[in-house]
Design a protein around this ligand. Structure first.
Ligand code: ARG
Length: 421
């Protein structure tokens, strides 16, 4: 058994739960599972008892495959920063808790991804590896996404590629990755993973897996000359899935793109590709005459270019109007189910056409409920917890006290037997 220091980079990000809080989240989770899945109350009660006992004796318990699937879907439904949650019920959940080696973890992710890529008709899916426990850290991804482009800071201060990835590019090089001889704006980075013992590895990805789409615009042939492209599938690899008091730090998930992510942010943000001016010029817009709206035209046309290019390549993508409408439907659906949808306005409202999207006018509240996904307890994980309007301490306290007493009695009996032997 290995011991971990607080400086372990994965543990440093984990939510800190007391034993009592863990029990509370576990019971709340089992009750929610039972309520939403229509589980027989007798089964629920037996399961609660079993989980309490496990938590009391070992500090952990194992989710059943059904609980795992349910928990992952609810984590998505609860995630306040995602506009695409209308289809939360159909999230595909791949249970890979038995896969342990870094290379095997990566192959299962790639295998699952190839299955839900489906010739571009991308479906939303998650692959879940083993949870973290007091004495075991599973393999994790250090990379933020499966596919990412390198960023290089040159000696003369010039930047090539994605500014956001300059640090991770340096790590990749230190771990033995060789960037192409001619460094480009879209060099696919290797995936960086961390073993149970903290050793890091960089794995190269086959280019074909990224299914890159070249960005062109039928009405502005000048755009193609910039050589812009993007990969097909956003697959987030570094978020921690938390459910029922158990944390899964290796649970990569993917959806499909909304065009603004690429066209209004990745390619134009100053901290990313910073290409607003270049694209404006490539579209032939008069950016110098003091007409401030050239930027609006640039963004709109780049969004159109991204959408059209993805569609012609047969790759699923959505635009911000469609996504907003779907979020409104999600919101209504949640209301009908008697729930308040959790949402963070600054993340839900698209970076394009703000008030023309109905979500702009929707009052929103982040409820920070678990199950959920988070990056770190120092940020988005800080306020996560169970929804106390529906769940009081008295619900689980009694069962827990009973279980602790049972355990103490059992230990006493055991010790007495030992004494006699
Ligand atoms: N915004 C991120 C990107 O541009 C991806 C986040 C997840 N997006 C999604 N559509 N599921 O790569």
């Amino acid at each position: 058994m290995d011991r971990y220091s607080r400086s372990d980079p994965v543990r440093r990000r984990l939510r800190r739960l007391t034993r009592g809080e863990r029990v509370e989240e576990a019971i709340a989770f089992l009750r929610q599972f039972a309520a939403e899945r229509g589980q027989d109350p007798k089964l629920m009660s037996a399961r609660e008892k079993e989980v309490c006992r496990e938590l009391c004796r070992t500090g952990r318990y194992t989710h059943t495959p059904d609980e795992l699937e349910f928990g992952a879907r609810i984590a998505w439904r609860n995630h306040a920063r995602c506009i695409g949650r209308l289809t939360w019920k159909s999230l595909e959940v791949n249970d890979r808790r038995n896969v342990v080696r870094a290379a095997d973890v990566l192959s299962s992710v790639l295998y699952d991804l190839s299955n839900n890529y489906r010739d571009g008709k991308i479906s939303s899916a998650i692959t879940i590896f083993s949870p973290i426990t007091d004495d075991h850290t599973p393999v994790t991804f250090e990379s933020h996404q499966l596919f990412q482009y390198a960023g290089y800071l040159k000696d003369d201060g010039k930047i090539i590629g994605d500014r956001n990835n300059i640090e991770i590019t340096k790590s990749a090089i230190k771990l033995g990755w060789n960037p192409p001889y001619q460094q480009g704006n879209f060099d696919l980075l290797p995936v960086i993973m961390r073993d149970s013992d903290g050793t890091r590895h960089a794995f190269n990805l086959n280019h074909e897996l990224a299914h890159e789409v070249a960005i062109t615009h039928a009405a502005y042939p000048g755009l193609a000359a910039l050589g812009l492209k993007w990969y097909s599938v956003p697959c987030i690899t570094d978020m921690i899935l938390t459910m029922g008091g158990i944390d899964y730090p290796c649970a990569p998930f993917n959806g499909y793109y909304m065009a603004t992510e690429i066209a209004s942010r990745n390619l134009v943000d100053e901290r990313r590709y910073n290409l607003m001016t270049d694209i404006g010029v490539a579209l032939g817009l008069d950016i110098e005459r003091g007409d401030p709206f050239w930027r609006d035209t640039t963004l709109t046309e780049l969004n159109r270019a991204v959408i059209d290019s993805f569609r012609s390549a047969g790759v699923r993508i959505t635009d911000h109007h469609e996504a907003s409408a779907q979020f409104m439907e999600f919101s209504r659906q949640e209301g009908r189910a008697g729930r308040v949808p959790s949402a963070e306005w600054s993340w839900i409202v698209p970076p394009q056409a703000g008030s023309a999207c109905p979500v702009f006018h929707l009052p929103m509240k982040n409820l920070h409920s678990v199950p959920n996904f988070y990056v770190s307890r120092h940020g988005d994980g800080a306020e996560l917890g169970i929804d106390r309007t529906h769940f009081r301490e008295s619900v689980w306290r009694k069962r827990w006290e009973r279980e602790k007493k049972r355990f103490r009695d059992w230990r006493r009996r055991r010790d007495r037997l030992w004494d006699r032997a």
